[in-house]
Design a protein around this ligand. Structure first.
Ligand SMILES: C[S@@+](CC[C@H](N)C(=O)[O-])C[C@H]1O[C@@H](n2cnc3c(N)ncnc32)[C@H](O)[C@@H]1O
Length: 236
């Protein structure tokens, strides 16, 4: 018999203990359900082919966020706001500044993230992170961040690291998503020549961070790289 319990904002399904699931992900999604608003955003993203973090990456981000308790987060690559909402739900007192270039995605993020925008917990900026304007934006030049999540412009990761390291507070973490790009960064089996530049840049980036930073890899999905800024380091 199916029974539903309300625990805080989560809905927990108490199915029989013998229930089988088609795979491990389905079992884990039932056991650790995401907030309803985030599930709706995921469904929209899936239906409209918008790339967003997987539930597995979301789980890792929640863990890092709750362990490090950042007061301010900078996110590059909002899309429609799945990762932004993931951080916002994990950290009820944190300010999140998130940047997106695409007009339509920026507008959708504004709609989906309304509950957090109204509480002034989330600030959305429509900017091109490759343009000089972005780097003189008051939100960036006046602030430092305790957690920076980079999920845009994969070919620019080394450039973004160099630009943003000084904006990361000591003890803070900088996280890069998709650093292994479907395994192509390891195998070089990218399907066509178009991906070669991005893959080779990611290789340079991975070599740089493993030699120069306190770097950790979580080989989940396409690879989540976590850099911890130590006290003795100078800003790049
Ligand atoms: C993988 S998606 C982000 C997904 C989002 N973090 C999530 O998991 O919900 C990458 C996003 O970065 C944005 N993007 C790519 N290049 C950009 C740039 N130069 N400036 C700002 N945003 C950019 C894309 O439009 C896209 O929506």
């Amino acid at each position: 018999m199916k029974n539903t319990l309300k625990i805080e904002r989560y809905t927990v399904m108490t199915d029989t203990i013998e229930q089988a699931y088609p795979n491990q992900s389905a079992y884990l999604e039932a056991l650790f359900p995401e907030y309803q608003q985030i599930q709706q955003m995921r469904t929209y993203a899936q239906d409209h082919h918008i790339p967003v973090i997987t539930p597995e990456i979301a789980s890792a981000l929640r863990l890092i966020a709750q362990l490090t308790q950042p007061k301010k987060i900078l996110e590059l690559g909002t899309a429609i706001g799945v990762s932004t909402a993931t951080f916002a739900e994990a950290l009820p007192n944190t300010l999140i500044v998130s940047v997106e270039l695409n007009d339509q995605r920026f507008r959708l993020a504004n709609q989906f993230l309304q509950p957090w925008l109204l509480k002034e917990r989330v600030v959305l900026l429509q900017e091109d992170i490759r343009s000089a304007n972005f780097w003189t934006h008051p939100q960036l030049t006046e602030d430092s961040y305790d957690l920076i999540f980079v999920d845009a412009a994969k070919g620019q990761y080394l450039f973004l690291l160099e630009k943003l390291w000084a904006r990361l507070s000591v003890g803070g973490v900088m996280i890069f998503d998709d650093v292994l790009q479907h395994g192509w960064v390891a195998t070089l089996n990218y399907p066509n020549h178009r991906q070669k530049t991005a893959v080779m840049r990611l290789r340079q980036f991975m070599r740089h961070v493993t030699q120069n930073k306190n770097a950790h890899i979580l080989p989940i999905d396409d690879g989540l790289l976590v850099l911890v800024k130590e006290g003795k380091e100078s800003d790049e």
